[in-house]
Design a protein around this ligand. Structure first.
Ligand code: SF4
Ligand code: SF4
Length: 308
């Protein structure tokens, strides 16, 4: 089985690149999986996508324990530990980096003696986030050596069908440029010899002390159970009402409080329930005379307090 992972940033077409690669392998007769891994779903955040391909049914699920080929569309991610680019790279893994820096220099930087390749894709002048997914797919397909140019072309047509003719042509041009650039390494990536579905190592279990049931899982079969969840523990800043400035327009701060943590006493004074005030400071923002000051939270949430 081949296990390939593509890395890039949100907005670079990395998930699409994985679909193109999986589709090209499918056209070649492989069983395939392609699985995007989403973290922070926003433009520029590190993203990855995994492709599995085998000549027999694939029974593996979840993240692969290792990758045969790791294609990196944005070289800056190699310095971001949280991106996890090298998390499972071993001596058998190939590392493919889109970079203008030579492979020998990357080998030296990464402390690897071999199995690092680069491709220097030309991108649009001044592009904030160049689209590189299709190019990564083209380069990876060439390194696998089991995907023909015609199969890659078919996959590009199928997976990019929703784009404009101009965008399709640009992506295909990048994919084939990368394909051509990696010609010398065609077929360098070999399949993992371990049997399909080989058991993964069991994780070490961590014993975590249990909270009482009414704290860990408040009964949700009756209304008003949210009082059992002390959101006051989230607070880092504490709203404090200055009674001398307060105009008793209590409907305002009490209505805007998203946690219902401000009640009104019989004299019309607002009272903050610090067990449940989470410190969002909406009340301070909406208070017309600025009667709610903000203090740094010194300790744990306390019992409900009244002003005055
Ligand atoms: S909004 Fe401000 S002034 Fe009005 S009741 Fe609340 S704390 Fe007092
Ligand atoms: S800080 Fe937020 S949660 Fe706390 S009383 Fe004000 S509005 Fe409510």
């Amino acid at each position: 089985m081949y296990r390939i992972r593509l890395h890039g940033r949100g907005g670079q077409g990395i998930q699409t690149g994985a679909r193109i690669l999986a589709s090209a392998l499918f056209v070649e007769g492989f069983e395939t999986q392609d699985s995007p891994l989403y973290g922070a779903e926003r433009r520029g955040a590190p993203v990855s996508a995994t492709v599995r391909a085998a000549r027999a049914p694939i029974r593996e699920r979840g993240l692969p324990a290792r990758a045969d080929l790791i294609a990196v569309g944005d070289e800056s991610l190699l310095g971001v530990a949280a991106a996890g680019v090298l998390r499972d790279a071993d001596e058998r893994s190939w590392l493919l980096i889109r970079s203008g820096v030579a492979a020998e220099i990357w080998r030296s930087r990464l402390g690897r003696s071999e199995r690092v390749a680069t491709f220097a894709l030309e991108v649009e002048e001044g592009a904030e986030l160049p689209l590189v997914g299709a190019a990564c797919a083209g380069a990876a397909a060439r390194m696998l050596g089991v995907v023909s140019r015609a199969s890659l072309e078919s996959a590009l047509e199928r997976e990019l069908a929703a784009l404009s003719a101009q965008a399709r042509a640009a992506s295909a041009a990048r994919a084939f440029a990368a394909w051509d650039e990696l010609a010398a390494l065609a077929g360098c990536v070999t399949e993992e010899p371990a049997p399909i579905g080989a058991p993964l190592p069991r994780p070490d279990w961590v014993d975590v002390p249990l909270d009482p049931a009414d704290v860990a899982a408040p009964d949700i079969r009756v209304p008003l159970t949210s009082v059992q969840v002390r959101t006051g523990l989230w607070r880092t800043l504490r709203p404090v009402i200055d009674d001398a400035l307060c105009r008793r327009c209590s409907w305002l701060c009490s209505s805007f409080c998203p946690d219902g943590a401000i009640s009104i006493d019989p004299d019309g004074r607002p009272c903050i329930d610090y067990d449940h005030c989470k410190g969002c400071l909406v009340c301070a923002a909406v208070c017309p005379p600025h009667a709610i000051r903000v203090e740094r939270e010194a300790g744990r949430a306390t019992e409900p307090e009244k002003v005055g």
